[in-house]
Design a protein. Structure first.
Length: 305
């Protein structure tokens, strides 16, 4: 099939056609990234971000015969964003209005999201976690990912490089396979975290954790750690101090979940806690076995409330 046929098939929902198209043009996309950024992880990032955008926006291609040029332009604009900012951020190709959702949001709305998430599930938990944080959450800076995962920045880079290679292979291998609905999996995790937040506010957190957490679950943050009882005390203490949380994003996989929560301090003490927190949950048989609490760097005070 030529490019035009592949684009039209992909726009009609043929996942295999989209996988073939991206594989066919990946060398050209990589060449563009290397020519702008040089060989290395920054160029790999640009190609990966361009691939994410292409997965979400293949329906926007108006000239199927020119899809190669379109993909290379997406890569160029991803590279330009890196050159302007010189820090890793989610990117959109130039010309999108600022009101447009970001690539992760577009992908979540797109029929291909289950295909991508199925491929992510085949990665090991450490590789999957860095990919989830880097490409689908607000925790995109290498330094933040390193802190969240408790690993050096160099390890973040090496895990991302390994994960990208494995993900590309799995996308092609599973292009024609049936896959489940990631929305259902995400809904389970979202409901759980909302019940945790509500339970803390209404004094029923003990029962909620008994339902969703393993008895031996561990809780940690940058300043230390503890067991379920220590998490209970911390949550109830925050509620007593007037802190409230609002769940803004959930990324759910089989045994790793990332939950982003906005925090509101009491009016009389507006700097009581950082403005946001990320929960990284590790799961066993659907129940939380460990929770790591992390405040992104944009949160000025990275300490537990």
């Amino acid at each position: 099939m030529d490019d035009s046929e592949l684009v039209r098939a992909a726009q009609s929902g043929a996942i295999g056609a989209l996988g073939t198209l991206l594989t066919r043009h990946r060398p050209g996309m990589t060449a563009v990234a290397v020519s702008v950024l040089g060989a290395g992880p920054d160029a790999e990032d640009a190609v990966q971000e361009a691939t994410t955008i292409a997965l979400a926006r293949i329906g926007d291609v108006r000239d199927p015969a020119a899809v190669g040029a379109w993909l290379r332009q997406v890569v160029r604009n991803a590279c330009r964003t890196q050159l302007r900012a010189r820090r890793p951020l989610p990117t959109l190709y130039d010309g999108l209005p600022s009101t447009e959702p970001d690539p992760a949001e577009l992908l979540e709305q797109h029929a291909n999201r289950d295909w991508v998430w199925r491929a992510l599930e085949d990665l090991s938990p450490p590789l999957r976690l860095v990919m989830m944080l880097r490409h689908f959450s607000g925790v995109t800076a290498y330094e933040d990912i390193a802190t969240a995962c408790g690993i050096p920045v160099g390890t973040v880079r090496s895990r991302l490089a390994k994960a990208r290679g494995q993900l590309s292979a799995r996308l092609l291998a599973t292009a024609d396979d049936p896959y489940g609905d990631v929305a259902a999996q995400t809904a389970v995790r979202r409901r759980e975290v909302e019940e945790v937040l509500d339970g803390a506010e209404h004094g029923t957190l003990d029962d909620v954790l008994a339902a969703y957490w393993r008895p031996d679950a561990k809780y940690s943050w940058s300043g230390g750690g503890g067991d379920t009882a220590s998490f209970l005390r911390a949550m109830y203490r925050d509620i007593e101090d007037g802190v409230r949380g609002r769940l803004t994003n959930v990324l759910a996989s089989r045994d790793v979940a990332v939950c982003e929560i906005d925090l509101t301090s009491p009016p009389e003490d507006p700097f009581h806690c950082p403005p946001a927190v990320v929960w990284i949950q590790h799961l066993q048989a659907g129940r939380t076995s460990s929770l790591h609490l992390f405040h992104p760097r944009r949160s000025a005070q990275a300490v537990p409330a």
